[in-house]
Design a protein around this ligand. Sequence first.
Ligand SMILES: CC(C)(COP(=O)(O)OP(=O)(O)OC[C@H]1O[C@@H](n2cnc3c(N)ncnc32)[C@H](O)[C@@H]1OP(=O)(O)O)[C@@H](O)C(=O)NCCC(=O)NCCS
Length: 175
Amino acid sequence: MELKSGNITLRSLKEEDAALMAELANNIKVSRNLRDGFPHPYTLKDSKLFIQNFSHHPQIKVFAIEFKDNYVGNISLAKGQDVYRKSAEIGYFIGEPYWNKGIITTAIIMITDYGFKLMDVLRIHAGVFEYNTASQHVLEKCGFNKEGIFRKSIYKENRLWDEIRYAKLIYKSDF
Ligand SMILES: CC(C)(COP(=O)(O)OP(=O)(O)OC[C@H]1O[C@@H](n2cnc3c(N)ncnc32)[C@H](O)[C@@H]1OP(=O)(O)O)[C@@H](O)C(=O)NCCC(=O)NCCS
């Protein structure tokens, strides 16, 4: 499965992505915005395990992001279970050398379109740490609405932070 928009391609992760993924992920400016399952330092062992576990996961669709044919990061949709099975959570990171080129804005638009059309979900949501203003801005640019604040729900770097919840729904007239 490959999706293309201009210079940006979303494709399946490959074992060969492990080295670049580890290099780009091993950056505190990336990991401080993500759950602790995305560790720091981030090693080749971590990226190999991630690729092994998530390349063919039944509930979680992970794409590698390519910019001008270079691997630059990942984007994923994790489908909910039980009563949440019509929702998915979006997650993403881009390596710092590639920030502010519009890459994630395009990738989010591509994966939300994919999720609504092919994953049988009606709602895609994201939880952003309060200090991650870049990601909040990007989600708003992509048509996500701020739905609420989970006060002090994040414990990161030895202190508590708010989580800002965003979501985008497929056209409401379809409900
Ligand atoms: C957040 C992240 C995905 C953004 O990716 P990106 O490809 O650089 O994003 P884009 O270039 O598409 O858009 C960035 C936008 O944020 C703006 N921006 C950049 N830094 C900002 C900041 N500190 N505060 C607010 N806005 C900021 C840019 O100006 C741009 O907006 P514009 O197009 O209106 O000018 C990237 O920085 C990243 O991977 N960060 C670490 C991991 C992470 O935060 N993941 C998401 C967890 S919810």
